[in-house]
Design a binder for this molecule. Structure first.
Ligand code: PLP
Length: 430
């Protein structure tokens, strides 16, 4: 068969873009060659509706072993009692949980999208805001932090069936124990969506929600450095709180309720090639080197945050505990949209982001979000990251100077050439 050069030339072009640039999108990372090998394997050919040992298709002996391995490694990584590795994405993991535990019209309480939350936590443009009755907590304007007393007051007011903690652009750790106390007070279930900090939680650098939250969801492709995908976990496999029983009268475990939320509730056949890639990534995350990696991610983020502050940038909450920071550019007279475009012209990739109490539309925004998961995988250390902030600052303070931006792009490309990425077939990363 003739090679489809049209598509493969574009993939090659994307590889060059990833190699030449500085990747600061907080939700991205560079997964290892063996994760990609598993994702591109013959497992893509296999249908396997159901779960290991209970499938609706024949020929599942091998994929059963693979999926069980992924489940076991994930449980070990987070100290979970239950894991489902089938969700195709983080949003679908959340959708499956909502479908499993809520009724249409139930009240939910999540972190405001405009303050750094995720759209699958109740945004009116998402199913979660259309099917359920969403309410939100946010950060304080002066501190950029969540005021837990206000979360409690809101929960007492709206009596949600589900409280969601977790965010896409919050640079501080979460008080899961306090969230649980609030959930218990109002009779809500508590969901932590750890899509962003999952890798940092797995290695013990941030609080682990597992002992406190009823359910935990995540993506696998951000700080966890796996393939694109979603997961669902529980620290304890408890009996369902609604008194539902089996035909024999035994209480139905939450594991069964969540599993049926994913399949047949939300999805059909699982992507066993991606599940194999997840198993590889979880295996990598269980190695000591992954802890060293995540420690460097945090050191790099803190180095960048310090230099941004020194250069007069306003960071929401003043700094970071994790891999990301949210920068309010209003004092620099540049919108998030312009900053994203101009930095893109210098081969520095960030995303424009709403800042809390933003006065611009979501298409323009007043801020950018910067994360260090991907550059740390490339091998950048603190001094490299400080240099990167220098380039960002030059672009942001000279947005109209296209020749200066072109010069920076040259410097960026030369600089990144020393950090190899997928250069040889058996390259190892991290
Ligand atoms: N949850 C959070 C907190 C996220 O930040 C994201 C993605 O950025 C998601 C869920 C959704 O993940 P996906 O894009 O895989 O659907």
């Amino acid at each position: 068969m003739m090679k489809d050069t049209t598509v493969f030339n574009l993939i090659e072009k994307e590889l060059r873009r990833q190699q030449h640039g500085i990747e600061l999108i907080a939700s991205e990372n560079f997964t290892s060659p063996q994760v990609m090998e598993a994702a591109g394997s013959v497992l893509t050919n296999k249908y396997a509706e159901g779960y290991p040992g209970k499938r609706y298709y024949g020929g599942c002996e091998v994929v059963d072993e693979i999926e069980q391995l992924a489940i076991d490694r994930l449980k070990e990584l987070f100290g979970a009692a239950y894991a489902n590795v089938q969700p195709h994405s983080g949003a679908q993991a959340n959708a499956a949980v909502f479908l499993a535990i809520l009724q249409p019209g139930d009240a939910i309480l999540g972190f405001d999208l405009a303050h750094g939350g995720h759209l699958s936590h109740g945004s009116p443009v998402n199913f979660s805001g259309k099917v359920y009755r969403p309410h939100f907590y946010g950060v304080e304007e002066d501190t950029g932090l969540i005021d837990m007393d206000k979360v409690e007051a809101k929960a007492l007011e709206v009596k949600p069936k589900l409280i969601i903690c977790g965010a896409s652009a919050y640079s501080r750790d979460w008080d899961y124990a306090r969230f649980r106390a609030i959930a218990d007070k109002v009779g809500a279930l508590l969901l932590a969506d750890i899509a962003h900090p999952a890798g940092l939680i797995a290695t013990g650098l941030l609080n682990n929600p597992m002992p406190h939250c009823h359910i935990v969801t995540s993506t696998t492709h951000k700080t966890l450095r796996g393939p694109r995908g979603g997961i669902i976990m529980m620290g304890e496999n408890f009996d369902n709180p609604w008194g539902r029983t089996t035909k024999k009268g035994n209480p139905i475990k939450m594991s069964a309720i969540l599993n049926s939320g994913v399949f047949p509730g939300m999805q059909g056949g699982p992507l066993e090639h991606i599940i194999a890639a997840k198993a590889v990534a979880f295996g990598e995350a269980l190695q000591p080197g992954f802890k060293t990696y995540t420690e460097q991610v945090v050191k790099n983020a803190q180095a960048m945050a310090r230099v941004f502050v020194e250069k007069g940038y306003k960071l929401i909450s003043g700094g970071t505990d994790n891999h990301l920071m949210l920068i309010d550019l209003r004092s620099k007279g540049v919108t998030g949209k312009v900053a994203e475009q101009k930095l893109g012209a210098a081969d520095i990739t960030v995303n424009k982001n709403m800042v809390p109490f933003d006065t611009q539309s979501p298409f323009v925004t007043s801020g950018i979000r910067v994360g260090t998961a991907a550059v740390t995988t490339r091998g950048l250390k603190e001094t490299d990251c400080e240099k990167v902030v220098g380039w960002i600052d030059t672009v942001i303070t000279n947005p109209e100077n296209d020749s200066l931006i072109a010069e920076i792009r040259q410097e960026v490309n030369t600089f990144m050439a020393q950090f190899s990425l997928y250069e040889v077939a058996d390259a190892t990363i991290g």
